[in-house]
Design a binder for this molecule. Structure first.
Ligand code: SF4
Ligand code: SF4
Length: 125
């Protein structure tokens, strides 16, 4: 049986490590580790998914991709999230649950301001 596992060369591995390093520098102490300990939010804000888009836009510089995904929240049926950061009521219930000690309400607000677009656009239709 042929080996289907892609082999990563040393060069590719070092490039990936460099990308990760730059991303961590950019995010500094604000990286969401996607552990999901902050859930559930009483207002059903999908904190890890929104902060993942922040990781991608701030850390990896993928702003357009993150904007597209963020602006599809609430418009893509069951395959994507229903609520964006604007549903956060700043109750702070999530904050003590975060092992990374992130200021979640402020990061959500910052992500919303960074990614929200008007008028909204769709990938199809
Ligand atoms: S601060 Fe916002 S995100 Fe955190 S639990 Fe309260 S409503 Fe949810
Ligand atoms: S608990 Fe903190 S690090 Fe973990 S997913 Fe929630 S915001 Fe991210």
């Amino acid at each position: 049986m042929p080996d289907t596992i892609p082999i990563i060369t040393k060069l590719e591995k070092s490039a990936l490590n460099k990308i990760e390093e730059v991303s961590n520098e950019r995010l500094n102490l604000t990286k969401c580790e996607q552990c999901r300990s902050c859930l559930p939010c009483p207002n059903e804000v999908p904190i890890p998914e929104i902060l993942r888009l922040r990781n991608i836009s701030v850390g990896y510089g993928q702003l357009e991709f993150a904007k597209e995904r963020y602006n599809l929240i609430g418009k893509a049926g069951h395959w994507w999230e229903e609520k964006n950061s604007s549903f956060c009521q700043e109750c702070n219930k999530c904050v003590p649950k975060c092992p990374s000690k992130l200021d979640i309400p402020n990061l959500l607000k910052e992500t919303h301001n960074l990614l929200i677009e008007n008028p909204t656009k769709r990938l199809w239709g």
